[in-house]
Design a protein around this ligand. Structure first.
Ligand code: SF4
Ligand code: SF4
Length: 391
């Protein structure tokens, strides 16, 4: 895995030259929406998942072929998401196959199906890391997920994962629904659930999430939330790794002169500590939003997309090689050129943050548009508000 990772970076430098931020030879991480099927009905779901799988999902054999293809390309980490990935009957077989191909295998789950036996089977299959979504305390979570009892089952799932010795992360999508609950939730996750990591997902109004666009945080609310998270990361008494998928987290961290810079949300506390005291150039190498440079996603039917939140097909694994898609997609070329971004392209933080491309696309239908989620882009936030999308 380490060998493949180093080769991926070096080959990327060989092919693309040294860049700010760098593009690797193949995606370091692939997030695979393994099925469209889900037993919940969350309001913000980017996949519009429901009770049935999509009719054209990859078969087990095709799924294994895709894994071979990712390994040949040099990808390092594979994350199963969904829908609810545990609903697919071949999940353990496919996850085991990926682990045998030396992928770092992780799973994003709603947690409701994780019994002691399931947690054990995940471990035996070679899963190393599990992320369970929790969008607040019981009432908030169940209302948001539209299923009574979902919270209690997710909590049980997290406890079973902990007992099985799996690295566990709790993921919360921050919106006006739950913003005020987050500080208490962090404490609960650390002290009662003993999770290793807490990650705040940036809300992106895509798919079903479009219907609750008015619940998005203002730039100021997001900045205060990220500052609170970062103070947890710096606090030696807090055992939790506190991260966010908001690329502005790199900006928050860079403002603290003596703290480590959080170069990207695809990292952990140890890696972040290692960056402490290093020059800014290392952070600019990694560079905040990883879509189309370090990471991409795959739909249940094999469609490749730049990010799970960017619904643009750039190829299909049934028809093309991953390397061919990665090297030649005009969409990815657009995402990689930060100098041309509206708003973000003129920002001093563009190489460590770059803005969330999915939010730029969701709000302005422009992959090179501004991310209206930070105060530097306040005028674009006002524009969005004027369109009447926000309360
Ligand atoms: S303007 Fe864009 S690049 Fe700069 S901090 Fe804000 S989101 Fe990041
Ligand atoms: S577009 Fe970038 S910042 Fe936004 S969710 Fe995707 S990888 Fe993260």
């Amino acid at each position: 895995m380490v060998r493949r990772g180093i080769a991926n970076v070096l080959e990327g430098i060989g092919y693309y030259g040294v860049q700010r931020p760098q593009t690797t030879a193949a995606p370091f991480l692939l997030v695979w929406n393994f099925t469209k099927q889900c037993n919940l009905r969350c309001r913000h779901c980017y996949e519009n998942a429901g009770p049935k799988p999509a009719p054209d999902e990859l078969t087990t054999e095709e799924a294994k072929h895709a894994i071979d293809e990712f390994a040949n390309a040099g990808a390092v980490a594979l994350s199963f998401s969904g829908g609810e990935p545990l609903l697919r009957k071949d999940f353990f077989e496919v996850a085991k196959y990926a682990a045998e191909k030396e992928f770092y295998v992780s799973v994003a789950s709603n947690g409701t199906l994780i019994t002691e036996k399931v947690a054990q089977k995940m471990k035996e299959a070679g899963v190393q890391y599990v992320e369970v979504s929790l969008d607040g305390f019981e009432n908030t979570h169940d209302e948001f997920r539209e299923i009574q009892g979902a919270w209690k089952r997710a909590i049980e799932g997290i406890k079973k994962l902990h007992k099985a010795g799996l690295d566990t992360c709790v993921a919360t999508t921050a919106t006006h629904y739950n913003l005020k609950e987050i500080p208490k939730l962090v404490e609960f996750i650390e002290k009662d659930l003993h999770a290793k990591r807490f990650i705040v997902f940036n809300f992106i109004p895509v798919s079903r999430g479009k219907e609750m666009v008015d619940q998005d945080l203002t730039p100021t609310e997001r900045e205060e939330l990220l500052e609170g998270l970062y103070s947890k990361l710096l606090d030696n008494n807090c055992k939790l790794d506190a991260f966010s998928t908001a690329p502005q987290y790199a900006v928050t961290s860079s403002k603290f002169a003596f703290g480590p810079v959080v170069a990207t949300h695809f990292t952990n506390k140890t890696a972040t500590e290692m960056l402490k005291g290093r020059t800014r150039s290392l952070t600019e190498f990694i560079g905040g939003c990883g879509a189309g440079r370090l990471y991409c996603s795959m739909e249940p039917n094999g469609d490749i997309e730049p990010c799970v939140f960017i619904p643009i097909k750039i190829g299909n694994i049934r028809e093309q090689s991953l390397v061919n898609i990665w090297r030649n997609s005009p969409v990815l070329k657009q995402i990689r050129n930060r100098d041309l971004f509206k708003g973000c392209g003129k920002c001093e933080y563009k190489y460590i943050c770059g803005g969330c491309r999915a939010r730029a696309y969701a709000y302005f239908n422009d992959l090179q548009g501004p991310d209206p989620g930070c105060s530097i882009n306040q005028k674009y936030w006002e524009e969005v508000k004027c369109k009447g999308e926000h309360a």
